[in-house]
Design a protein around this ligand. Structure first.
Ligand code: HEM
Length: 422
């Protein structure tokens, strides 16, 4: 049962949703400007900057907004201090991501220090508020348990990220390659994938008119990935042949989990009740295909040593997980959540008088056009890993994709304002 009367104020989630596309545009333009070599090397400073413009500026940004909304209606209670937490987290995440990206790209220690303080503050405030809401409520479900685990993963990702940033800023001697691998693993599998999967149990059947995800998958998938990540981290910290075997087994399990989720999503989409074309459906199909690609790439790395050590392997995983999977499913969700939020709040604040202002503002046709542009952007990003001249056009298309999202979402804010003053 979803308690919509407990939804937080309009701007609490919406400020995150309208900011994220700007980070998408910035990531695309950075790639378009610096282009060429940056997709050839995982340690390239500008590659690391673009990675975080997408991971923090686009994905964590929208996921924070969506969580404020979802946790409130699932628990029937708003997270404590929701308006202030939203305003502070949004400002600190925005400034912290810009500082981190610029600090990484130009190797500026003072900006890395500023980013550390801002991002630590943003993540601590947000996670504390949601954790209090979760512990205060007796409600339990695979979605809520998955949200709690993915927030744990975010905290662990952030601790490792802050440590890495500290090492870069101060020039400390740390096992950087190992720690960066762990940081990326927890960020991509523990935060992005686990959260999307947990939220999907609620939103895929609701938005795409599919049957529910199988109960056993809901119970085991995210806790399984979390356990595999824990065992992988412990094994990665021990120097012995059996620990290496354990780490490979964990990677295999995680790859199978990604493929299982992608295959289940496709299966559910095929059995949906409503057959009309729909942008959310297309974005989720694109996301599931990218996720399956990431799972297969990781599976191949378990049996093929040369591929495991190939420069393109970590870049392909990052591209497919961030731009392919994360961005696609988030766009798909935003096209349902943002119009609904606008309608709900107009309904509430104008006693229904102006709720029609939100209707038809985002035409499905332009959202589907966006899905196709995004699909081409992903294809070009992947192709650029082997044909570097494609990096610049890939960046341009990524920026166009994010700009289309902005162009489709911003009229909702205009409609909300018009409805308020009607
Ligand atoms: C507090 C937030 C974060 C900070 C301070 C941070 C910092 C860093 C730093 C400093 C590096 C570069 C390591 C080096 O070159 O030595 C890095 C790499 C990376 N980070 Fe983050 N990060 C944060 C959050 C995230 C999140 C949420 C994700 C994913 C969702 C993520 C994904 C990655 C990836 C994929 C790499 C590249 C790893 C590779 O090339 O294999 N980061 N991060």
């Amino acid at each position: 049962m979803l308690a919509y009367h407990q939804a937080p104020p309009y701007w609490a989630p919406m400020r995150f949703f309208v900011t994220a596309p700007l980070f998408g545009v910035l990531a695309g333009l950075t790639l378009a400007i610096y282009g060429r070599d940056m997709l050839a090397q995982r340690w390239d400073p500008v590659t690391l900057a673009v990675t975080h413009l997408l991971a923090l500026g686009f994905l964590t940004m929208t996921m924070f907004g969506a969580l404020l909304q979802l946790v409130s209606v699932l628990l029937a209670v708003q997270p404590p201090w929701v308006t202030r937490v939203a305003a502070f987290t949004h400002a600190a995440l925005t400034a912290g991501t810009l500082a981190l990206a610029a600090g990484l790209a130009h190797d500026l220690p003072w900006l890395l220090h500023a980013a550390q303080a801002l991002l630590a503050g943003a993540i601590a405030a947000f996670v504390t508020s949601i954790a209090i809401a979760l512990t205060r409520s007796a409600a339990r479900s695979p979605t809520l348990r998955g949200i709690a685990l993915s927030l744990d993963a975010l905290v662990f990702t952030a601790i490792l990220g802050l440590l890495l940033a500290h090492a870069l800023a101060r020039g400390l001697e740390l096992p950087v390659v190992k720690l960066t691998g762990m940081h990326a693993g927890w960020g991509l599998a523990g935060w992005v994938f686990a959260l999307v999967a947990s939220v999907a149990y609620q939103v895929v059947p609701m938005f795409q008119f599919t049957p529910p995800f199988p109960a056993r998958l809901q119970r085991t998938l995210v806790p399984g990935v979390f356990a595999a990540l824990l065992a992988w981290t412990i094994a990665g910290s021990i120097d012995s042949p059996w620990a290496e075997h354990l780490a490979s087994a964990c990677e295999l399990l995680a790859a199978l989990a990604l493929i299982a989720f992608a295959a289940t999503t496709f299966g559910l989409q095929r059995r949906r009740r409503r057959r009309a074309p729909d942008a959310t459906l297309e974005f989720w199909a694109l996301g599931a295909a990218s996720l399956a690609g990431a799972g297969l790439a990781s599976l191949a790395a378990q049996v093929w040593q040369e591929w495991r050590e190939h420069a393109a392997y970590p870049l392909l995983l990052g591209t497919l997980m961030l731009a392919g999977f994360g961005m696609s499913v988030v766009c798909g969700m935003l096209y349902k959540i943002a119009p609904f939020l606008t309608w709900l709040h107009l309904q509430r604040t104008t006693q229904g008088r102006a709720s029609s202002y939100a209707r038809g503002v985002v035409p499905d046709k332009s959202a589907r056009r966006h899905a196709r542009v995004h699909a081409v952007a992903i294809a070009l990003l992947v192709a650029a890993l082997v044909v570097p001249v494609l990096a610049r056009p890939a960046g341009v298309l990524l920026a166009v994709s994010a700009a289309l999202l902005a162009a489709n979402l911003y009229p909702l804010v205009k409609a909300y304002r018009a409805g308020q003053s009607a």
